[in-house]
Design a binder for this molecule. Structure first.
Ligand SMILES: Nc1ncnc2c1ncn2[C@@H]1O[C@H](COP(=O)(O)OP(=O)(O)OP(=O)(O)O)[C@@H](O)[C@H]1O
Length: 451
């Protein structure tokens, strides 16, 4: 077997879904100019725990310590947040595993600041990986949308017409007529990222002079195959995508001093974040019961990233300022629920016919081997099922034998009757009864022959 085929086989064997929890981290940014007179409520007391330590007395019955996969204090760089809170998940995409990185948090807490850095570092590492693997042929595609006031917009097009969502039985929710650019190189991707930044809906609020008023989802799709086997019908292709999701920030109209358009945006933002919160809360309790994915475009589009075929990392951003205590606690509550959500990522392989045939042959051989070893643990249940079937067959055979005997008896009685006086009505009636009985017997006979 050649390297390409082994590669395909290895990938296929890993296709089994791997359950894992969403990776959740919290980043506390420094106090900003607007908050300079405010006190800082939160302290990162360890690499995984953030603690409420306010100088302002607080009698609320909330937990004081919150633990996540990682917490990052005001002095941590975005590079560190990426390395320890997102890199591993983001780079799964080069191995054929879908991944999503989210930034969640209150308005002005640092989502765009964090996500922009994470996207840049991921892109650098993905291209670095490609350079180190000249034996594989890579094809990268990029698409970008924003969800603004519940309307989906293509960020790679100047046409602002809202796009429709479609339900695809295989791919899940897709966006109709979305531009997907095939990337030439890193610089091409940088240009497109710049275009998205320029196109995105930004507005000034009292909390953030450049507040993102929409949810932004950037998607990088990577296809790769072993070059040596391309076009020979033996190759398998890994296809997966990584989503970089910069959510709009939750906000209180009183704090953002919103009115008119900003207020309308804010209510759409809060409503879709509320649905996201509900979905995450429901998922944190398990996947039983109704999950309200369809209640917002955001959750419809992100369905597979939340509890589906994807590895997911969420960076929750927060301000340490006392004025934002309520929003910060909401963010931590969201993060606590997100920690419980289990996803089921798998390697996504598209196989050529030949590679698929090889795989099926191997699978057949494996099953045959299992059958040959009835004592092995994995075969115990098969052996039991076989024993039950055996007993059932024996019972049916016995019934069949009895029916054959009955049929023979009826047949011989009928023959006797037919030989006697044909004009005898009584005999005639009896004969009819026997014929009827014979036909029932035959019906049973045929039925058991088919069992
Ligand atoms: N960790 C940080 N260190 C230094 N400055 C930061 C940090 N995080 C955010 N900032 C600054 O805070 C301001 C608000 O950040 P950003 O726009 O990223 O917030 P946001 O959560 O995306 O807000 P919105 O939801 O309103 O779009 C920006 O000026 C940004 O440069």
């Amino acid at each position: 077997m050649g390297a390409g085929e082994e590669d395909a086989a290895a990938a296929w064997e890993k296709v089994e879904a791997k359950e894992e929890r969403i990776m959740v981290s919290v980043r506390v940014r420094p106090l900003n100019g607007r908050e300079s007179g405010d006190s800082s409520d939160w302290e990162c007391i360890s690499p995984t725990t953030v603690m409420f330590r306010s100088i302002v007395p607080d009698r609320a019955m909330f937990p004081t310590a919150y633990t996540y996969d990682r917490v990052f204090g005001p002095n941590c760089s975005t590079r560190q947040v990426y390395e320890e809170g997102a890199k591993e998940v983001a780079l799964s995409v080069v191995s054929g595993i879908n991944s999503s990185i989210f930034a969640y948090g209150q308005t002005s807490s640092g989502k765009t600041y964090t996500m922009t850095g994470i996207t840049e570092y991921s892109v650098m590492d993905i291209y670095g990986y490609i350079e180190k693997h000249p034996e594989r042929e890579f094809m990268l595609k990029f698409s970008a949308i924003e969800i603004y006031n519940e309307a989906v917009r293509d960020l790679l097009s100047h046409d602002t017409t809202p796009l429709r969502l479609l339900d695809d039985p295989e791919k899940g929710t897709t966006v109709e007529k979305l531009t997907e650019e095939t990337l030439r190189d890193k610089d091409h991707l940088r240009d497109l990222l710049g275009m998205c930044e320029a196109q995105r809906e930004i507005g000034e609020t009292a909390l953030n002079e450049a507040s993102s008023r929409s949810h932004q989802i950037l998607r990088l799709t990577i296809k790769s195959s072993v070059k040596q086997y391309l076009g020979r019908g033996k190759s398998s292709t890994l296809v997966s995508c990584v989503n970089f999701v910069d959510l709009a920030g939750s906000e209180r109209a009183s704090q953002t001093a919103s009115a008119g358009m900003r207020l309308k945006e804010g209510s759409h933002i809060n409503r879709s974040l509320l649905t996201l919160g509900k979905v995450v809360r429901q998922l944190s309790k398990g996947r039983n019961g109704h999950i309200p994915y369809r209640d917002s475009k955001l959750t419809r589009i992100l369905q597979s990233s939340l509890g589906g075929n994807a590895r997911t990392a969420i960076v929750c951003t927060m301000s340490p300022a006392h004025t934002h205590i309520e929003q910060s606690r909401n963010t931590l509550l969201f993060a606590t629920c997100a920690k419980e959500v289990v996803t089921n990522a798998q390697v996504n392989v598209v196989m050529s016919d030949k590679a698929l045939l090889k795989h099926l042959q191997r699978e057949l051989a494996r099953l045959e081997n299992e059958l040959k070893l009835p004592e092995s643990a994995s075969c115990t249940s098969h052996a039991e099922a076989l024993r039950e079937k055996d007993a059932q067959i024996k019972k049916l055979e016995k019934q069949l034998r009895e029916l054959i005997e009955e049929k023979d008896t009826v047949q011989s009685q009928l023959n006797c009757l037919l030989k006697s006086d044909a004009d005898d009505h009584a005999n005639d009636r009896a004969a009819k009864r026997w014929v009827l009985s014979l036909s029932y017997t035959q019906t049973y006979f045929l039925h058991y022959c088919h069992v």
